[in-house]
Design a protein around this ligand. Structure first.
Ligand SMILES: NC(=O)c1ccc[n+]([C@@H]2O[C@H](COP(=O)([O-])OP(=O)(O)OC[C@H]3O[C@@H](n4cnc5c(N)ncnc54)[C@H](OP(=O)(O)O)[C@@H]3O)[C@@H](O)[C@H]2O)c1
Length: 177
């Protein structure tokens, strides 16, 4: 099973284009991401992997997608040249689910394989830089909404947001998250 997990603003903005997220300090979303990805095989674009350097632990199986077969992903990482190969690596490791953690290039490659989307929708529009990076547009008709949780901003996480869980139609409902 392939899952895409991402946080985006109202225009699907996910990155500044200069390395980094358009927002800072969202503990609620960070916890959501940590909880969902724990113990799973993760597919990560080489740029995002380097940006999140040190974040991935032994609990994860990070698979870094790069065109450089000699890339050194560190002690616990693996390298894949494409989504197919990453899916095989995840299956071989016995971890049933491959969670695609971005960035934009990798979301675009993986969207056609996605069985589910775990999205954090921020109720805000950020001003993108000229090189703003966006989550790819998905066909609403292809996916069914399984759950939605709305959160108001608070002192810790000032931005209000929705956690949305979508499953591709025709592939059954997965409710274990
Ligand atoms: N808001 C969110 O949820 C979220 C999540 C993750 C990331 N982000 C943001 O997204 C941005 C990074 O995204 P990005 O699109 O620039 O980079 P990326 O998707 O993280 O990584 C791109 C790299 O992946 C490799 N790649 C791309 N297509 C490939 C293919 N067909 N076959 C093999 N390898 C391929 C290439 O690595 P090589 O150059 O090594 O060949 C390419 O440079 C950052 O700003 C980050 O903060 C946001």
């Amino acid at each position: 099973m392939v899952t895409l997990i991402a946080a985006m603003d109202k225009n699907r903005l996910i990155g500044t284009g200069q390395g980094g997220l358009p927002w800072e300090g969202m503990p609620r979303d960070k916890k959501h991401f940590r909880d969902y990805t724990a113990g799973k095989a993760l597919l990560i674009g080489r740029r995002t992997f380097e940006e999140m350097s040190g974040w991935f632990g032994k609990d994860h199986q990070p698979i870094i997608i790069t065109r450089n077969p000699a890339y050194d992903p560190g002690e616990d990482g693996h390298v894949a040249g494409g989504v197919d190969q990453a899916m095989s690596l995840a299956a071989e490791s016995g971890r049933g689910e491959l969670v695609v953690c971005g960035g934009a290039e990798i979301y675009r490659l993986a969207l056609p394989f996605a069985d589910r989307l775990i999205l954090t929708l921020l109720h805000t529009t950020f001003q993108p830089s000229a090189r703003g990076i966006f989550f790819p547009e998905w066909q609403g008709a292809d996916f069914e909404e399984i759950s939605r949780e709305d959160f108001e901003g608070d002192a810790l996480t000032p931005l209000s947001m929705t956690f949305l869980h979508l499953v591709r139609r025709g592939r059954g409902q997965h409710t274990d998250c």
